[in-house]
Design a protein around this ligand. Structure first.
Ligand SMILES: C[S@@+](CC[C@H](N)C(=O)[O-])C[C@H]1O[C@@H](n2cnc3c(N)ncnc32)[C@H](O)[C@@H]1O
Length: 355
């Protein structure tokens, strides 16, 4: 992976500039280019070669702090097709699903690729991430975001277009996957396929936004008789204001994003002692099932026009990143786009596997 995490700023690096009053701007360093601030400008050449975390003055003496964006900064500002998993949940997902270097991980849906980025970084170059997404426009946004972040499409990453419940058995033999992470509307529909794919002892983690989804997926995992008792949780982070004697919680915080549920795959044929003792099965009626429809769950759609715009934005950023990597590797100049369906370059056409 060629994403640059430290060292002096190089041409092609993304740099986040914080100006007066905390105003943020991200630029990609290019020798000879100029960044115009509200008042004055900064030459990119004045930044190239400086250590990360430097303070530079613009042409009229206004100071700006220059830092490489963290992955958190990147995911929060990248183009989105579908809603992303926030960094606070991504961090918990890596811990609770026990994502490790070299792991074989299945993820669905890929959405905007935010979680894919965290997973790819955690599994490292020896790992394999197999992402599934049923909407190819979302997969385009995710592919572009991943390419823009790493500067290339990681070798161990594949994106399969299709419904996980059908596509997973075609892509992965039984008991061959270490971890499965589901972020989708109806993860309970995928429980049988996930149970078949996971290795004994493997972890499934579901991220769901509402309590109705939470109850349904927990019951589906229990009913599968193939998992340990599911463990649900939610994560809240409360920032603090600390200044002299004024030490107190921040006035604002993110109130709710989603719930996490984890369970581990039992060995084939094993029965949990506590499941044998389970007193009664909680059932649900037809009216409850109605409450689990996309509209009732508050899922907002995105218009085809805005989605096309976001695909264009993500693709343009990825093209620039891939072109820079190609230049750095000494490849001949080309005007043709590297992302999309016209090039044999870094990102294959829609619907195809990347690896
Ligand atoms: C909220 S988004 C995922 C966001 C993603 N985790 C991120 O951090 O950017 C949910 C995605 O799941 C996809 N999806 C829903 N059900 C699916 C299924 N059964 N198989 C594959 N993808 C599915 C949707 O099309 C949507 O793109």
């Amino acid at each position: 992976m060629t994403a640059q995490y430290s060292g002096p700023f190089r041409e092609g690096d993304r740099v986040q500039l914080t100006g007066p009053k905390g105003k943020l701007n991200s630029i990609t360093l290019e020798s000879g280019k100029v960044f115009h601030t509200h008042r004055g400008f900064i030459d990119h050449d004045a930044l190239i070669g400086l250590p990360d975390g430097s303070v530079v003055s613009n042409s009229v003496g206004v100071e700006h702090l220059a830092l490489r964006p963290l992955l958190t900064d990147f995911v929060m500002s990248m183009p989105r097709g579908a809603a992303i998993i926030y960094p606070k949940d991504a961090a918990q997902i890596l811990a609770q699903a026990d994502i490790f270097p070299g792991a074989t991980v299945v993820e669905a849906g890929v959405g905007s690729g935010a979680l894919s980025l965290w997973l790819l970084r955690a599994i490292g170059p020896e790992g394999r991430l197999s992402s599934f997404e049923r909407r190819d426009e979302f997969a385009d946004v995710a592919r572009a975001n991943v390419a823009a972040y790493f500067g290339h499409v990681p070798d161990g990453w594949s994106v399969t277009i299709g419904d996980l419940a059908e596509a997973l058995p075609e892509q992965h033999p039984s008991h061959s996957v270490d971890r499965v992470v589901l972020d989708m509307l109806a993860p309970w529909e995928c429980v049988p396929a996930v149970a078949a794919a996971l290795k004994p002892g493997g972890v499934v983690l579901c991220y769901v936004a509402t309590v109705t989804q939470l109850s349904r997926v927990v019951e589906a995992l229990r009913d599968a008789d193939a998992f340990t008792n599911p463990v649900p949780s939610e994560t809240m982070i409360r920032g603090w204001h600390v200044e002299g004697l004024a030490v107190r919680p921040d006035h604002r915080m993110i109130g709710h994003t989603g719930f996490l549920v984890t369970a581990r795959r039992l060995a084939p044929g094993a029965v949990l002692p506590e499941l044998k003792r389970r007193a009664s099965k909680t059932d649900f009626a037809d009216e409850d099932v109605e409450a689990w429809t996309p509209g009732a769950l508050g899922e907002r759609g995105i218009s085809a026009k805005s989605l096309r715009k976001r695909v264009r934005a993500a693709t343009a950023t990825a093209d620039a990143a891939l072109a820079r990597e190609a230049r750095a590797a000494g490849a001949p100049e080309t005007d043709a786009p590297l992302v999309g369906d016209s090039q044999p370059g870094a990102i294959p056409p829609r619907g195809d596997e990347i690896d």
